[in-house]
Design a protein. Structure first.
Length: 87
């Protein structure tokens, strides 16, 4: 049987290794979470810019083809009226 001091040293060594493993796992999880958050932030900025892009495209279309844009607006209004259909 091993003396208590040797067993204690082995236990402390095991605890130290487990602590280091846990620390590495937490660091890796934090790194992955940080990378994911950065990607989501960039994607969110892209999504926020989309409506402005759509508005700019619509404005450009109306400037280039005003009569077609008016026809599309009238057709969309008529379809909306049919869908909501109140007499």
């Amino acid at each position: 049987m091993e003396p208590k001091s040797t067993q204690r040293a082995q236990n402390e060594e095991r605890i130290e290794r487990m602590s280091q493993s846990a620390h590495q796992a937490v660091d890796k999880a934090a790194s992955v979470a940080s990378d994911y958050a950065e990607r989501m932030s960039a994607r969110g900025e892209d999504l926020m810019a989309m409506p402005q892009d759509w508005i700019d495209t619509a404005r450009e279309y109306v400037r280039e083809k005003p009569f077609q844009a008016l026809g599309i607006a009238l057709a969309a209004g008529y379809l909306l009226h049919l869908i909501t259909g109140r007499d």
